[in-house]
Design a protein around this ligand. Sequence first.
Ligand code: UDP
Ligand code: MG
Length: 333
Amino acid sequence: MVAVPDILLERLEKEGVGMALLSVVLPAYNEEMMVERAGERLGQLLKDEKIKFELIFVDDGSKDRTWSKIEEMAKRYKFIRGIHFSRNFGKEAAIFAGLAEAGGECSVVMDCDLQHPPETVIEMYRRWEEGYEVVEGIKHSRGRESLGHKASAGLFYKIMTKATGIDMSRASDFKLLDKRAVAALLDMPERNAFFRALSSWIGFKTTTVKFDVQPREAGESKWSTWSLVKYAVTNIAAFSSVPLQMVTVAGVFMFIFAVIMAVESLVRYFGGHALEGFTTVILLLLIIGSLVMMSLGIIGYYISKIYEEVKGRPRYIISRTAGIKNRTLQTED
Ligand code: UDP
Ligand code: MG
C-alpha cells in the first residue's frame, strides 16, 4: 500500500471520490459511441446520490477509438480509470481484470452500452448498505431481441439451469459484489471462468434486484449466432460435466439395445431362420460409429479445456492503463 498524502485525500473527499467505496466495472469492446455517455451519466448520477465511486473501463482490445476516449476521460475526471487489453480477450476476461483493479468496498459490473440502467446501480448499492454481499440483477424484461436470439438464448439457459442447478434464465452479468465476494471470485484459479454462474456459486448473502433491459442507444451488439453457440458450449463445459455423463448414458442404452439384439439374433439362429439383414448391419455400424465419434468429440473437448488450464496462460494481457497510479499496476503515464 502506498500512503496517500493528506492534502490529496482532502481534495479527493471534496470531489466526492475519496477512497472509492463503490467501483463500477465496465467492459467495453468497440464502444466509442458509448463510453463517454456511460461515464458521464454514471458520474452525474453517483455524485447526485453522494456515493463515493470510481469507474473502471476495461477496453477489451477495441479496434475503434474506445481507448482514446477512455484516456481522455481519465484525464478529465479523477474518478475514471482505464485498462486496455493487448487484444480482444472476451467480456469475462474484461470483467475479471476490472474486478482485480477495483479498490471499492463493493463493485458493480455492468455493460457500458447502458443496456443495464444506471439507476439500478443505486438500488443495488442501497441493498449492499443493508448488508447484502451479492446483489444480482435479474432481467425483468429482456428488451428488444431477434426471435432467433431469444430462442437460442432460451435453450442455452435451460441447459445451463439444469447443469448448474442455478436459475440462469433471467440472470445477467449486471451484479454488485462485496469486496469479500470479489476476493473469492478472483481466487478462482480457472481460466475458463463463467462470471454469471460463478458469482452464484460462491454463495454469500444474496438478494436480487429487477431491471428492464434498455434498448442499445448506439453501436451494435457483439453477439452473432455463431458466437452465442461458442459461448454456450464453452460455458456449459466450464461449469458442468453433464455432457460427459451423457456419453455414459448413451453407452448404457446402446449396451441394452445390443443385448436385446443379440438375444433376438441367437433365438433366430437356433430357430433355423438366420437373418439376411445387410441393411441392419450397415445401419447399426453407422449409428454406433457416429455415437463413438461424438463421444470422442465431447471427451476431446474437455481434454482441450484441461490442456488450456494446464498451460496456465494468463486470462488477459494488459497493454495500457489510464488513471491508475499507486495501485497494483505500474503505468507509463
Ligand atoms: N464486450 C466486451 N468484449 C467482447 C464483447 C462485448 O467487453 O468481446 C462488452 C460490450 O462492450 C458491452 C458488454 O460486453 O459493454 C455487452 O456486450 P453487447 O452489448 O454486445 O451484448 P448484448 O447486450 O447484446 O448481450
Ligand atoms: Mg448490450
